[in-house]
Design a protein around this ligand. Structure first.
Ligand code: ZN
Length: 136
């Protein structure tokens, strides 16, 4: 089941410069900024209603996101849809002929399970599925 948009991720060259728009000019609060060494990005989290804007600044030009930035420039990277029962959601997508980047969900440190849908099956948009860990 799909529950909400969890976040929209935007790749930027320079977090401070991007915060000049998203935080200072537009007025979104900055919740936190965090290094994610596993994915070679620094992420700024800006809550917007029930969702978040995530600004991703690559820390390594040779990483996946670093190469993406070099090739396509700054811009929207992916939309993250929060679901319950991610395995069943993936099964349903595959049954509809959708190409997944991850047919088996990957797991983050805090227990979130996630998988990406290939943009060519989603009309040019990289879609991330997120299943948050069970409550406390
Ligand atoms: Zn994401």
């Amino acid at each position: 089941m799909i529950t909400r948009i969890n976040h929209i991720a935007i790749v930027v060259e320079d977090l401070d410069a991007a915060l000049g728009f998203w935080r200072d000019a537009l007025g979104l609060p900055l919740d936190k900024t965090e290094e994610n060494p596993g994915e070679n990005v620094t992420i700024a989290f800006l809550p917007i209603g029930e969702a978040e804007i995530e600004l991703l600044e690559p820390t390594d030009p040779a990483s996946g996101i670093g190469k993406y930035l070099a090739k396509k420039g700054a811009g929207m990277h992916h939309v993250c849809v929060e679901v319950t029962g991610i395995d069943a959601v993936i099964e349903r997508l595959v049954a509809h002929g959708v190409e997944m980047i991850n047919e088996t969900p990957r797991v983050r440190d805090e227990g979130t399970r996630y998988a990406f849908v290939h943009p060519k099956s989603a009309f040019g948009v990289l879609v991330e599925l997120y299943e948050l860990p069970e409550g406390p």
